[in-house]
Ligand binder design. Structure first.
Ligand code: SAH
Ligand code: SF4
Length: 447
């Protein structure tokens, strides 16, 4: 059958969709880009904010027309919203054929077959440990004859942290780590298949191998560091990135593994959420602003060139002007290279949903805009500071906006555009002299 997957939400969902596409092609199906060409339409959904759910529901609702024209069309809702709503989703969108939750994704291929053979609606949302080992396939496409050199691996699933605003622990279940052998074997296969840059994924990747314990390991201990060191020895790999680590898991052992490695990039995503201790406590984040600053300082001391990105929520219940000012101050101090700023969205089932969503929408918008403005100014200044330096980039290919240029990324995750020379190839490291800074990216000359 011809199958189309549309993915909403985070990188873990992107990775899940890629694994599902891999499983489906192994089972003999063909993945297609156009919805109209598909016999099966799959929507891999997100629940993290209300907006994400509304978007997926709207899209699935719209597919009713397509189904009226093609009654054989199979439509499935997968992932986090499917997990959260289960049967309710079938009631709301009765033209759905199935609802497949996060714990049952590995059963997709046989489920699609059985629905084709015997048309009936199915809801499968029980948690299963098999999803941990059953999502190993990759659907990698060769573009212009070059293998795609970026690959993603999910090293943990689920989350045990229960930040008060967050639905993830409810829709993704308990935190479990894959075995080191399994992760390393997958990484080796990907490397043999042309992968040069590996992105390790988990809700709290740095808790990898720590048994789901919400107290970080003591000084000197970090199973995640051991994993990084083992992956660092795969010769074909040029770069390793990971997201998202919880700030309190950066102990001496992990920092030493990062600085001592050949491949781990000096760009750390360090979710802040808020710069106010009062709000952090209400969010059930297990650090203070001072604790967060200490992690940043330790990482900077070990890697003077490190860049940071972050996630911040504005308008958490009860967030005052002073709380917001503290967030803004801390953000400017850390000088992030990128930040994802979210307006608080109450999630039914998460703990903070029982508190009044007290910050008016206009105030959320205003705070959001202020942080974005700060970010823009600071990023432009940081980029100007790079002019004249020589940076190593991993060549990506032609620039999306201007096919006459090529682009690549620094280890610090800055995008650099350059004019092509005779011999650059995607997936190789090159030195670039930075000649000019734009608002969000750099320009340079290949050396
Ligand atoms: N596990 C990752 C985050 C997963 S959710 C981590 O802890 O870093 C991605 C981001 O969405 C979170 O970091 C948070 O900033 C945001 N988010 C989660 N729940 C939210 C909510 N209810 N409203 C607004 N933003 C939310
Ligand atoms: Fe959500 Fe917190 Fe877990 Fe991240 S660590 S997924 S924000 S509960």
């Amino acid at each position: 059958m011809k199958i189309h997957i549309k993915t909403y939400g985070c990188q873990m969902n992107e990775r899940d969709s890629e694994a599902l596409a891999g499983m489906l092609t192994e089972a003999g199906h063909t993945m297609v880009d156009a919805e109209e060409a598909a016999d099966v339409l799959l929507f891999n959904t997100c629940s993290v904010r209300e907006q994400a759910e509304r978007k997926a529901k709207g899209k699935i609702g719209y597919m009713k027309k397509l189904k009226a024209r093609h009654p054989d069309l199979i439509i499935g809702a997968l992932g986090c919203m499917a997990q959260r709503l289960g049967n309710e989703l079938l009631n709301e969108l009765p033209h759905l054929d199935f609802v497949l939750g996060t714990g049952q994704l590995h059963t997709l291929a046989p489920l699609v077959e059985s629905i084709r053979a015997d048309r009936r609606q199915v809801v499968a949302i029980t948690e299963s440990a098999e999803v941990l080992t059953g999502m190993r396939t990759h659907h990698r496409h060769a573009e212009g004859g070059e293998p795609d050199f970026k690959a993603q691996i999910a090293i943990t699933r689920g989350c045990n942290r229960f930040c008060s605003y967050c639905i993830v622990p409810y829709v993704r279940g308990r935190e479990v780590s894959r075995s080191r052998e399994d992760v390393v074997a997958e990484a080796r296969e990907l490397a043999a298949d042309g992968a040069k840059e590996l992105l390790l994924l988990g809700q709290n990747v740095a808790a990898y191998g720590w048994g789901g314990n919400v107290n970080p390991p003591p000084s000197g201990v970090s199973p995640f560091a051991e994993l990084l060191e083992e992956l660092d020895r795969i010769p074909e790999l040029l770069r390793i990135r990971f997201t998202s680590p919880y700030p309190t898991y950066f102990n001496d052992r992990l920092i030493a593994a990062i600085t001592g490695s050949r491949t781990v990039c000096h760009n750390i995503h360090l979710p802040l959420q808020s710069g106010s201790d009062r709000v952090l406590a209400a969010m059930n984040r297990q650090y203070t602003a001072a604790g967060y600053r200490a992690v940043v300082a330790a990482l900077r001391a070990a890697m003077p060139d490190v860049t940071f990105s972050t996630d911040v929520i504005v308008g958490f219940p009860g967030e005052t002007d002073e709380d917001f000012r503290l967030t803004r101050e801390l953000m400017n101090e850390v000088d992030y290279d990128n930040s994802f700023i979210f307006k608080y969205s109450p999630r039914p089932g998460a703990k903070s949903a029982s508190d009044a969503d007290s910050v008016p929408q206009e105030v959320k918008e205003e705070r959001n805009a202020l942080l974005l403005e700060d970010l823009k100014t600071r990023v432009a200044a940081a980029l100007r500071g790079q002019v004249g330096t020589v940076q190593e980039v991993l060549v990506e290919g032609t620039s999306p906006r201007n096919p006459e240029r090529w682009s690549g990324r620094t280890g610090t995750n800055r995008l650099v555009h350059f004019l092509p020379v005779a011999d650059q190839r995607p997936g190789t490291l090159r030195q670039v002299k930075i000649t000019r800074a734009g608002g969000v990216s750099l320009f340079g000359e290949l050396l």
